[in-house]
Design a protein around this ligand. Structure first.
Ligand code: SF4
Ligand code: SF4
Length: 166
């Protein structure tokens, strides 16, 4: 059963932060051979129950990191020059990364769809990275995402339960 949603995920993740961190550290140290496949399987299961169009918490509360390749693709999609697009929408954050200059995302529509879906940044296309990455190797990112994304919270809950029984 899915418990997390955009309203409660921050509090749930805060309550589980220590156990999630401990689990991911232990998993990195002593990685089960099936860990990535099991994570992908829980990712698929959880996303059958969570509809991103009912949530949009990522698009509303954090900005993806934007690459120059993203800028080229999105600018073309929008029929703009790269400099014009960057001047309008891109800033550099305190880590030196390129991000959108507004949160919620300037391309988020009122029905939670993405105006630039076909050309969206790579970081958006792979978010929340539970299908594309071994989350024990991106521990801090996964922990950070568990505060934003109900799916990440649920996937971690399922992983902890699954491996505690093995
Ligand atoms: S570009 Fe689209 S998918 Fe990415 S944050 Fe903005 S609205 Fe969301
Ligand atoms: S990826 Fe996660 S945070 Fe983003 S809309 Fe889907 S469930 Fe919500």
């Amino acid at each position: 059963m899915i418990r997390a949603n955009r309203s409660n995920v921050k509090e749930l993740a805060s309550n589980r932060e220590a156990s999630n961190r401990e689990f991911l550290i232990a998993t990195k140290k002593n990685r089960p051979p099936d860990f990535f496949k099991t994570t992908q399987s829980f990712h698929n299961k959880v996303f059958r129950e969570i509809d991103c169009l009912d949530c949009a918490n990522c698009c509303t509360s954090i900005s993806p990191i934007i690459t120059n390749r993203d800028i080229r693709r999105i600018a073309k999609h929008q029929g703009m020059g790269e400099s014009e697009f960057s001047d309008l929408h891109i800033v550099i954050d305190s880590d030196g990364d390129l991000i959108f200059n507004a949160t919620p995302c300037p391309f988020l529509l009122s029905d939670n769809k993405c105006l630039i879906y076909a050309a969206r940044p790579e970081a958006c296309a792979t978010y929340p990275h539970t299908e594309s990455h071994d989350i024990s190797r991106i521990r801090e990112t996964a922990l950070k995402n568990s505060f934003v994304c109900p799916a990440v919270f649920e996937i971690l809950e399922k992983l902890k339960s699954y491996y505690s029984k093995k």
